[in-house]
Design a protein around this ligand. Structure first.
Ligand code: PEP
Ligand code: MG
Length: 298
């Protein structure tokens, strides 16, 4: 027995990541995964599912990126864990702070730009995702989208590969295809992304690009803190442009309880974070109203 862990408030809440603010607004809490192994310590019933799986961490080499069966197995593992809950797998976001030997160069060619420049690699993952989609509630998320045409071009690849799988008689399904909102241009022009089925804010990249800094910079932590208000202002603006499409936040800000009030005020209702942050965000939410003000008695 560990006395410090016996308080019921520290037990994981099996609420399927669905809770309410003090004044009754519905909130969803999902988790971010880096390595697929990270699901082992978390009960799916404490989450609304996976709001971001960074697939690049499951792909250690160019050989992995070219291995459709291995990628399918990884997708199936997290879909099985989720038990029908929503699972958002982001396509390879290599480049920038996440190099992959043989694929990335030192330039800003990363995320979807790199995938579209190397379609033979993208198509492997697209086939794995199409095949995985029959095993659960899969959503595919595109990284580092800057222009609407990038979403349209990747959707076209999904349609072509789906047609090819159909021709070969391979079971598959077209998942919903959404995008990270993590490049300032995309956030400012969000209403133009008609081809995206859903949006998720990546505040880590928004912060670095708004601050003209990089995550490798020794001063990035300070830059990020100083730019937080600018990121929040941009989020509030972009939320209004998102219309009725599903919207979430999966950058690190989502797991910072000091920012929960301001994120609620900006209109965010779905938060995805590292599993360890769930309890802190849960208790922050229940003490706040939907407009971010403190609940009476708090
Ligand atoms: C982000 O940029 O906020 C994000 C969630 O993506 P990553 O941290 O993997 O770049
Ligand atoms: Mg990012």
């Amino acid at each position: 027995i560990q006395p410090e862990h016996t308080a019921s408030s520290t037990l994981p809440a099996e609420d399927n990541g669905m809770l309410q603010t003090a004044d009754g607004a519905q909130i969803l809490l999902s988790i971010n995964l880096n390595a697929p192994d990270e699901i082992e310590g978390t009960a799916a019933a404490t989450t609304a599912g996976i709001g971001l799986m960074r697939s690049e961490f499951a792909v250690a080499s160019l050989a992995d990126a070219a291995n459709e069966e291995k990628q399918l197995a990884i997708c199936r593992r997290v879909l099985d864990w989720a038990g029908g809950r929503s699972v958002t797998i982001r396509m390879l976001d290599v480049g920038g702070d996440k190099p992959l030997s043989g694929l990335t160069t030192s330039s800003e060619l990363r995320g979807i730009r790199l995938l579209l420049a190397r379609p033979e690699i993208a198509r492997v993952q697209v086939r794995a995702l199409l095949r995985a989609a029959i095993f659960g509630n899969l959503r595919v998320m595109l990284p580092m989208v800057t222009f609407p045409s990038e979403v349209d071009d990747m959707r076209q690849i999904f349609l072509e590969e789906a047609a090819e799988l159909a021709r070969r008689g391979v079971p598959h399904r077209l998942p919903s295809i959404g995008m990270m909102v993590e490049v300032p241009t995309a956030a400012l022009m969000l209403e133009q992304f008609e081809g995206a089925d859903f949006f998720s804010f990546g505040t880590n990249d928004l912060a670095q690009y708004l601050a003209a800094s990089t995550r490798e910079d020794a001063d990035f932590a300070a830059h990020r803190e100083k730019t937080a208000q600018a990121v929040l202002r941009l989020l509030a603006y972009a939320v209004k442009l998102a219309g009725s499409k599903p919207l979430s936040i999966c950058g690190d800000m989502a797991g910072d309880p000091h920012l929960t009030a301001e994120l609620l005020a900006a209109g965010i209702r779905h938060f995805s974070m590292a599993p360890a942050q769930l309890p802190a965000i849960r208790s922050a939410i229940v003490g706040l109203n939907a407009d971010g003000t403190k609940a009476a008695g708090e």
